[in-house]
Design a protein around this ligand. Structure first.
Ligand code: AR6
Length: 172
């Protein structure tokens, strides 16, 4: 199989890939966490671009250029805020990964790096969120024509371990 999935630990804003996937909020106008880091590294032109998008619903994905980032594009998706696990969170998180992937394919992108959507401020339990992230991508990657590599970006050691275990469980 010439398609790859891998885990990489570090700051997503340093990656020279076709697109990085931002864990945004519904305004798409920036915030804290990875969203704040991406806006800071991309420069003010990113905010000018996201202002034109008119926000996004939870689970949706929208694309802009990367501006000052080494990545060519930023795919902005809005993860669910975790409540009790019975409020449609799993489906919405799956939608984030699926819609980001479909958008990358539509733009003929080859390498896509995902941040761990909803695992910070939005409070999604790490093991559950990681299972959804990895299995959603794994199940769809072979059907994607342009996408050759998906990178799961983790910031903290604890999340790195969760991703490694999930890869093992899924036989990746
Ligand atoms: N590179 C890669 N991963 C990072 C970086 C970075 N530079 N910084 C943080 N992370 P979060 P959410 C990881 O809170 O839970 C924002 O204010 C972090 O360790 O950024 O989807 C938005 O505007 C965690 O694993 O996103 C929204 O309001 C993951 O990125 C809200 O937070 C996601 O954490 C979205 O919350």
């Amino acid at each position: 199989m010439d398609k790859k999935m891998r885990i990489w630990q570090g700051d997503i804003t340093t990656l020279k890939v076709d697109a990085i996937v931002n864990a945004a909020n519904k305004s798409l106008l920036g915030g804290g966490g990875v969203d704040g880091a991406i806006h800071k590294a991309a420069g003010p032109e990113l905010l000018q671009a996201t202002k034109k998008l008119g926000g996004a619903e939870t689970g949706e994905a929208k694309i802009t250029k990367g501006y000052k980032l080494p990545a060519h594009f930023v795919i902005h998706t809005v993860g669910p805020v975790y409540k009790d696990g019975k409020s449609g969170e799993a489906q919405l998180l799956e939608d984030c990964y699926k819609n980001a992937l479909v958008l990358a394919e539509k733009h003929h992108l080859e390498t896509v790096a995902f941040s761990a959507i909803s695992t910070g401020v939005y409070g999604y339990p790490l093991t559950e969120a990681t299972k959804i992230a990895v299995s959603t991508i794994k199940n769809r990657l072979l059907d994607m024509k342009s996408i050759k590599e998906v990178i799961f970006v983790v910031f903290d050691d604890s999340l790195k371990e969760v991703y490694e275990k999930t890869f093992e469980h899924l036989g990746i």
